[in-house]
Design a protein around this ligand. Structure first.
Ligand SMILES: [Zn+2]
Length: 224
């Protein structure tokens, strides 16, 4: 199991990197990513001046926990009123393994608007906690799959409580879209951990969905 979306005290999470990675290793995850908010006024977030320390701490936690792959990442707020997207330090982002983008094609920027950044970013990049069924309600699932392919973006299945409508997770509401993603779009699973270490490994519902949709081979790192 992978969990590629987790916050720490570097942004608005309650735990240290070490605590998150330790929980992941004890819970038997194969991959865990630390993805703190970066340079956004939305919440307390990681700043560029702390970046090298942040990376060092993640790499050091990885060394101490050899049974889980530890990825360094951030989450970028694509709302330009809160994050100065044009000034993002691309060289720093390229030291990471994974970059998440939130509010894409919704209240934040479109993929077209992000293209200048995306074309310079080398790590895995993906779309976090998107309400796909609401945002693309008038676009065929196949076309949405093509769109994510064209921009080389994976799509996250996010198990966190805020990302629901009528109490149902966004990804379950978008099951028709996820069916179209099979063999087309890479899929990630993220808990969006902030305040509970249990969240790090509470992935039963998203993994049930992955199996039901036949997406197990589309998961990031499924080839490992
Ligand atoms: Zn998040």
């Amino acid at each position: 199991m992978i969990n590629l979306h987790n916050h720490t005290r570097y942004s608005d999470g309650d735990f240290t990197i070490e605590q998150i990675v330790n929980a992941a290793e004890r819970g038997g995850l194969s991959h865990i990513a630390i993805t703190d908010h970066f340079e956004t006024s939305k919440v307390h977030s990681l700043r560029s001046v702390q970046f090298e320390e942040y990376i060092r701490e993640i790499r050091s936690a990885a060394k101490h926990h050899p049974d889980v792959e530890v990825l360094a990442g951030v989450e970028i707020d694509t709302d330009p009123s809160r994050c100065n997207l044009e000034e993002l330090p691309i060289d720093m982002l390229n030291e990471l393994d994974i970059v998440l983008f939130e509010y894409v094609d919704g209240e934040g920027s479109t993929l077209e608007e992000l293209e200048p950044i995306l074309s310079d970013i080398r790590p895995l990049r993906g779309i976090a906690h998107m309400d796909i069924e609401r945002i693309y309600f008038n676009i065929e699932p196949d076309k949405v799959a093509n769109r994510f392919q064209d921009f080389d973006m994976f799509v996250e299945i996010n198990s966190s409580l805020p990302y629901r409508r009528y109490g149902i997770p966004f990804y379950e509401l978008a099951s028709n879209y996820f069916k179209a993603f099979k063999d087309q779009v890479r899929i990630s699973v993220g808990a969006d951990t902030h305040h509970s270490l249990t969240d790090v490994v509470s992935l039963e519902r998203p993994y049930h969905f992955v199996h039901e949709m036949g997406l197990i081979n589309d998961l990031l790192f499924s080839d490992k």
